[in-house]
Design a protein around this ligand. Structure first.
Ligand code: TIU
Length: 238
């Protein structure tokens, strides 16, 4: 018997070549999660840039993630998008988050894409390339983790989902927090290395290593090519 961990319970439909070992999934019990692919993190003039980051580094995530999103849609997988942000009156924003650091603009200030990190603003929404379509779930979250103060766990339980394919930004902040939250709630998470991005290349590398270290301490890591190779191909009409 192999000593590398593999997800247990349902009979697997497909197996993805991952570290620290194979990740088995059934399309019907798996969700693709896209974390915070918002203009506020990816485009100039948003929250990410106000923190002093080079937002162009995140652009490399978009093409492989668009391909994964198309494949997951074709396979009929549940798709969940998340958005970090706050109510216009900031009543859901802890003072500690509002006052942290020395950003060029604070959450709620008027920026180039509307008020920074505020729900309903242009900058708060998901980039055009990955825009949700009818039937997909959008979770608005006030924190870094997608489970904190959201309906995500209820959505997953209602849909019978036990495994997550996690993508989005940033690797060491909202992706990590969400994967750790998912792990503590009993979900099996596969993180796609080329579909998550960081403003810091060293955090990207180490962040991915941390997930799969110690025998997969809180998840699995594979690249999008490995997932695409494993997903069932949609029937082609003749
Ligand atoms: N600053 C940073 O790297 N990330 C965040 O503030 N939020 C998310 O990761 N979405």
């Amino acid at each position: 018997m192999s000593d590398t961990p593999t997800p247990n319970d349902d009979p697997p439909a497909v197996t993805v070549d991952a570290v620290p070992g194979p990740f088995t999934l059934d399309v019907g019990t798996t969700a693709l999660v896209l974390i915070d692919m918002q203009r506020d993190f990816l485009l100039p003039g948003g929250f990410g840039e106000t923190l002093g980051n080079d937002v162009s580094l995140l652009q490399q995530v978009v093409p492989p993630l668009a391909e994964v999103l198309a494949a997951a849609r074709a396979a009929g997988m549940l798709i969940i998008h998340t958005r970090e942000g706050h109510l216009p009156d900031l009543s859901d924003c802890p003072p500690a988050k509002l006052q942290r650091g020395k950003p060029s603009m604070r959450i709620g200030d008027e920026g180039a894409n509307g008020r920074i990190l505020i729900r309903g603003e242009y900058g708060h929404d998901i980039i055009d390339e990955l825009a949700p379509i009818d039937g997909e779930i959008v979770i608005d979250k006030p924190g870094k983790g997608a489970f904190y103060a959201t309906e995500l766990q209820t959505v997953l339980e209602t849909a019978g989902v036990s495994r997550l394919i996690v993508t989005g930004v940033t690797t060491e902040v909202c992706v990590h927090t969400t994967v750790r939250e998912a792990n503590d709630r009993g979900y099996e998470a596969l993180v796609l290395s080329d579909c998550v991005g960081s403003y810091f290349p060293e955090f990207q590398r180490i962040g991915l290593e941390m997930i799969a270290a110690q025998g997969g301490i809180f998840g699995w890591v594979a690249d999008s090519t490995a997932l695409l190779a494993a997903l069932p191909q949609p029937a082609v009409a003749v």
